[in-house]
Unconditional design. Sequence first.
Length: 282
Amino acid sequence: MLKVLKSGFYSTIQDEGRFGFRIYGVPVSGAMDKYSSRFANALLGNADNAAFIEMTMIGGVFQFAKPTIIAISGANMNPQLNGKSVQMNSPIVINANDILSFGRAVVGFRTYLAIKDGFKTELVLNSRSQFKSITENSTIQKGDELSYKSSPVTFEKFHASVKYDDSVIADNTLEAFAGPEFSALKNSEKELLFENDFSVSSLNNRMAYQLEPLLKNNLDSILTAPVLPGTVQLTPQGNLIVLMRDCQTTGGYPRILQLTENAINILSQKTMGNTVKIRLKE
């Protein structure tokens, strides 16, 4: 078991997501930054869908009951093992009773803690991703005990070297395809959309990110239509709303853009006040 001594600001169990249930209004969920989560899993030889911990802004403190091996990727939260700094983006051997701690993110916003063979938490609708009203708990809490398989391994068993692409943290350009209602924008509105620097507002979470400033427009609302993670909606008031992994399945605002998968990863590592630019991908 992994005992949660401190949960951090907003920490959840995630995996690749919950697919095949959007027809029932169930969000996909899954890792906000799939590049970083997959990288951590790959370092351990895990399947992409192995469950991990996603930490937001401030990390937690965890105690391992059994030996295993872990990997940490994404935002730098100054991870320490038994009070000593450990390297990110590299396998880390864990002994019984070791304590792993994280601080506040100094670069990026979300950190991923993967464990050999993944966490064995509750499986609901073919996924371990936590989401309110779908799983028993929407986040991990102090005192929780998370199951994992003991895996006594050593560094000598790892020979390959892979490099983490930190552009997912450092880049501020969001590539996007034209959405279904993009053509309804005026040319002047399109120019503003791609020339402006937008900043992440305080309204950002796993469901959606709102960007500032407002983008004035005369678009009419639409009939409720399908939306996906990465769909960019534009409200009549000018709010740019970028839907994220826990987003709803339908919406009534014009869908002017659809972010690429990499752009979703990049945006998920931004926090309030960070700036981004949007670039149309042909």
